[in-house]
Design a protein around this ligand. Structure first.
Ligand code: ADP
Length: 429
């Protein structure tokens, strides 16, 4: 019994199914003393035996493969669940656990083993040991499969993560692209709005010009008649009239002159003047305007300071029109400085691409809420203003492929800057 206990303990300590099978055979041989012994495994999936280990005494005349083939053949024909002797000298012992049939022990015995406790214990233990070690091996295989599956899933996960990173990069690129597209759309929209605004402005100016032209045409004759009538009346009452009458007549004359000047201003702009496109020296134009306005500026106590850049590049255009811009800007500055007068600076500069002409005053500046409307035709804050000077100046600058901008700080002054392209060759436009 001690020996059997040791054998069985060994059996349960087997490292794997092969060792368990070898120890089963040994235990069986020790207990039943057979001529030979063979272990069969039951393949539950296939529903048949597969051959296992063989025990043969060293001196046996049989060879193991022949014995195994014979055992397998006989056992296949026998009921797998029942012990028995399918042929003389052949004993078949099924190995069953409570759950399932696991195999069989076949032996060459002269007589069937007695159903002792020891024999029953050996059969049960070998069945259980085989079952356990086989299940453990299966579990190991499942474990390995699971490990392999886990490794595969990890690889898959890494691939998915890589894809996610790629998608993130693509999304980022897409966002950057759409942001730059949006910026471009905004840029184009702003340019479109600016072009629309310019068009509307030009149309407004054209309408005003047409209106002025037809008004001037209609009103010129009556105006001439009123002016000459007024001249006659003034010469008649020359010495006789009261001072009050003289003052009234002179006011009428001034207002008539003002009407005439308004018509001229409007007509000057509308009249399709011949547009020269010749080389222009802005410094020379500034000098010319200074001479032209000297008397007026003296009367209004204005000091005109010229800061002209040396070697100023040329631009192309119509000198009279550029003069008109300058006069408009200087007269606006002059009016802003009234009644005390002050200093107006006229500067020319160039960065090689553009020539700039700026008119600065140290007057009261422009109310921020008016700044966006400065170049609108008919926008004026003056009681006797027409609101055409800046609109006309901008139109002229744009006709010369240039621009005009205003920069003003309340209580500090205002600077208007005209920018025109530097040109080496002029072609008539
Ligand atoms: P007008 O002189 O007939 O009002 P403009 O188009 O020349 O028409 O000027 C429009 C308005 O711009 C003026 O009424 C004035 O409010 C403002 N402005 C122009 N130049 C100046 C300046 N140098 N300083 C302050 N305000 C100015």
């Amino acid at each position: 019994m001690d020996e059997l206990a040791l054998t069985l303990a060994n059996l349960f300590c087997a490292a794997d199914a092969d060792q368990a099978a070898a120890r089963t055979l040994l235990a069986w041989a020790q207990l039943t003393q057979p001529h030979w012994a063979c272990l069969l495994f039951w393949d539950a999936e296939l529903g048949r035996y597969i051959i296992g280990d063989t025990w043969l005494p060293a001196m046996s005349s049989m060879d193991a493969p022949t014995l195994r083939r014979h055992v397998l053949k006989v056992a296949q024909q026998h009921d797998p669940a029942t012990a028995g002797t399918p042929e003389p000298g052949f004993f078949y012992q099924p190995l069953n656990t409570p759950d399932q049939h696991v195999g069989a022990l076949c032996a060459g015995l002269d007589q069937v083993p007695a159903a002792t406790d020891e024999y029953g214990l050996l059969v049960n233990c070998t069945a259980r040991a085989l079952y356990t070690s086989t299940r453990l091996e299966q579990a190991d295989q499942v474990q390995q499969q699971l490990e392999a599956e886990r490794a595969r899933l990890e690889q898959l996960l890494q691939a998915v993560e890589q894809q996610q990173r790629t998608i993130d990069q693509l999304l980022l690129a897409e966002r950057q692209l759409s942001a730059s597209l949006e910026a471009k759309v905004e840029e184009r929209t702003a340019a479109l709005h600016a072009a629309q605004a310019r068009l509307i402005q030009s149309e407004k100016l054209a309408v005003i010009g047409q209106l002025a032209s037809s008004l001037a045409h209609e009103l010129n004759n009556p105006l001439q008649a009123i002016q000459s009538g007024l001249g006659l009346i003034m010469s008649e009452v020359d010495s006789k009239g009261s001072p009050r009458m003289h003052a009234d007549l002179s006011t009428i004359q001034q207002e008539l002159e003002r009407i005439e000047s308004i018509f001229h201003q409007m007509l000057d702009f509308y009249r399709p003047v011949s547009f020269e496109f010749v080389p222009l020296d802005l410094n020379a134009i500034c000098e010319g305007v200074r001479v032209l306005l000297r008397k007026r500026l003296q009367e209004t106590h204005i000091t005109l300071v010229l800061e002209l850049a040396a070697n100023l590049p040329l631009t192309c255009g119509d000198s009279n029109q550029i003069k008109q811009i300058l006069i408009n800007l200087i007269l606006n500055a002059d009016e802003a400085l009234a009644p005390d007068g002050g200093t107006i600076a006229l500067r020319t500069t160039s960065d090689g691409q553009t020539v700039c002409l700026s008119v600065s005053d140290d007057g009261p500046g422009i109310d921020p809420q008016h700044q966006a409307r400065l170049f609108e035709p008919l926008f004026t804050t003056k009681t006797r203003g027409l609101g055409l000077g800046l609109a006309i100046s901008q139109e002229i600058a744009q006709r010369h492929d240039g621009s005009i901008t205003a920069h003003s700080t309340p209580d500090q002054g205002t600077t208007f800057t005209v920018r025109l392209p530097v040109r080496r060759h002029c072609h008539d436009e």
